[in-house]
Every structure is written in C-alpha cells, then in structure tokens.
Design a protein around this ligand. Structure first.
Ligand SMILES: [Zn+2]
Length: 312
C-alpha cells in the first residue's frame, strides 16, 4: 500500500519543491486512490476488468497490473485526471493556482502561465469546478440571509434593457455570525424568482432550523411552511441585509473580471468555484489536497464543448 501524503500550504515555493516531476504526482494520486483510508474507492486494490485482488508493477510509474488478466491501471484511470491532455505535473500546479489564489485564475492567465492552449485550460478548469460544487451535506445554520441578484452579459454598445434577457438570476444565502461577522455562503442560478425555484436551493443549502431572513418578495412566502423561522423584512435598498449585499457585490465584481458570456451551467461552475474557496477561507492550507482528493474520487466527465466556447 502506498503511503498517503498530504500537502499543506498555499506557498508557491513550497509546492514547486514538493512536486517536481510527473512521478511525484503519480505517487500522490496512487497514495489517495489505493489507500485503505479512502472509503469511496475500491479498497484494497481490485482489478477493474476482472475483480482480481493481486497485482504487480504496471508500465507507468505507480500503476498496477492485474496478476490474472494483465490489465494495467494507472493512478489517473477512472478519476478526473483520466485522459489528461498535458502533463500531470502541470495539472497539479493548475489545481494549486485555481484553488489557492484568492480570485482563482482565468483560462487565459493559465494558458499564458503554463504554455497550453486556452481551450485546454478552459476544459481542465471546468473539471476542477465540478468537484468544487457543494456536497450539500453541510447546510447553513443559525441566522441566514437570502436574496437574489442579476448577473450576466453586458453587450458592448448596448445599454439598459436591451441586454436584460441575457442576464441570469442567482439566489444566494449567507450565514451571519454573532460576533465574528459572516460564515459560509452558497449561490445557485435560477430561472425566475419563484417559490418553485427557491425551494430546491433552500432544501440543498439551508437547515430547516435556520433563522432565515429575506426581503418581502412574495416568492418567499410559501417557504415558511418548511422554514418556520423564516422572516421577511423590507430590504430598504439593501440596508437591512448589509453583509449579504456586500457579499453579492464581491461576487459580481469577481464575475465581471473573469467572464464575459457564459451558459447557465458555466455560471453555476463559477459560483461553485467562488464559494468553494470562500467557505474554506480560514483553512486554505488544506484546500489543494482536498481538491486533488475530490478529483481522484470523482468519475471522469465528458464535456459539452458548447458550454466552454466563450467562457474564460
Ligand atoms: Zn484483472
């Protein structure tokens, strides 16, 4: 069994020293994939083709060859790193940049930094964003403020209502802590500001015992059945939910800097990326290892290229 490693930190020099070759990264992946501590994967080793439990050394570094059918499995097979189009070392450094840099990195910046095609970076970044989606296992608790906001494309040369239809509606919820300010937050793209659209977001991300505060929009009314502590108050142009509106302004500022046009799915990816970092801002040292771990446990995904055409 390989030793399971755990890289901690946000320092570039430290990560550059830790991962110097593809082999270092294969070793790290193998440690996660075939570790006894990993309950989400077949453990200990079991051949993917025939189920046999004995193995020998495979062709690539740290890969395993089934002793019965000779199937050679690399540490990347069956994970988000499956069929990677560039070196695993670069992939590790990209994951590090996206997960630890406060504002992440656009595919253009990644393409310049790592000398890859922008399309390649865009596709890989999309995969990283998929594991950044909330597990939905830790709903917000205590006092939770909720509101919606519009975001999306602002077409050049056009102003006001002409681009209205291309904007997208997002619902966002933020925990308000007594003395330490704000806690965690989640956001989701919705089609319209209706109870029908609000309900799945509430169910996924807010505890039923939470003291939810929203503005007086009628769409929130039916939610009082399942959320008995939900209160509505006049928004007073944002003055009543001040922390939440600062949070919304920060998301909008970040989105403006990073993308110009994207599909609903793509926008959700950005919102997930933003909140993945935001909700771990007090424990950033562990975020790289966590992201790699999630990518190992996630099945490979195929991309719909239309989703990625214009996003950065
Ligand atoms: Zn086999």
């Amino acid at each position: 069994m390989y030793k399971q490693e755990k890289f901690e930190g946000v320092n570039s020099i430290k990560i550059n020293r830790y991962f110097q070759s593809d082999e270092d990264c294969y070793r790290y992946l193998a440690g996660i994939k075939w570790s006894l501590d990993n309950p989400s994967l077949d453990n200990p080793y079991k051949c993917k083709k025939c189920g046999h439990a004995k193995f020998g050394k495979g062709k690539k570094p740290y890969s395993r060859r089934c002793a019965k059918c000779n199937y050679d499995e690399s540490p990347m097979a069956g994970t988000m790193f499956d069929k990677l189009k560039f070196s695993l070392l670069i992939a590790f450094h990209i994951v590090f940049k996206i997960s630890t840099k406060k504002k992440g990195m656009s595919s253009l910046e990644l393409s310049e930094e790592f000398e890859l095609r922008q399309k390649t970076c865009r596709e890989f970044k999309w995969k990283v964003q998929q594991v950044m989606a909330s597990s939905r296992n830790f709903p917000l608790t205590g006092e939770v403020h909720v509101d919606e906001f519009l975001t999306g494309e602002y077409e050049r040369g056009k102003t006001g209502r002409s681009s209205e239809s291309k904007k997208k509606l997002v619902i966002v919820a933020l925990e308000i802590l007594d003395k330490e300010g704000v806690g965690r937050a989640y956001a989701q793209v919705i089609n319209r500001a209706s109870a029908k659209e609000f309900t799945p977001f509430f169910k996924a991300h807010i505890s039923k015992e939470a003291k939810v505060i929203a503005d007086q929009w009628k769409g929130y009314l039916p939610l009082k059945k399942e959320y008995p502590l939900l209160k509505q108050m006049p928004s007073n142009k944002g003055a009543n939910l001040k922390e939440l509106h600062i949070h919304i302004m920060n998301i909008q500022g970040w989105l403006r800097g990073i993308h110009h046009h994207c599909t609903k799915e793509r926008l959700q990816g950005y919102l997930d990326e933003y909140h993945y970092r935001y909700n771990r801002r007090n424990n950033m040292g562990a975020i790289f290892d966590l992201t790699i771990r999630k990518m190992v446990c996630h099945k490979p995904i195929r991309l719909n290229n239309n989703d990625l055409k214009t996003a950065t």
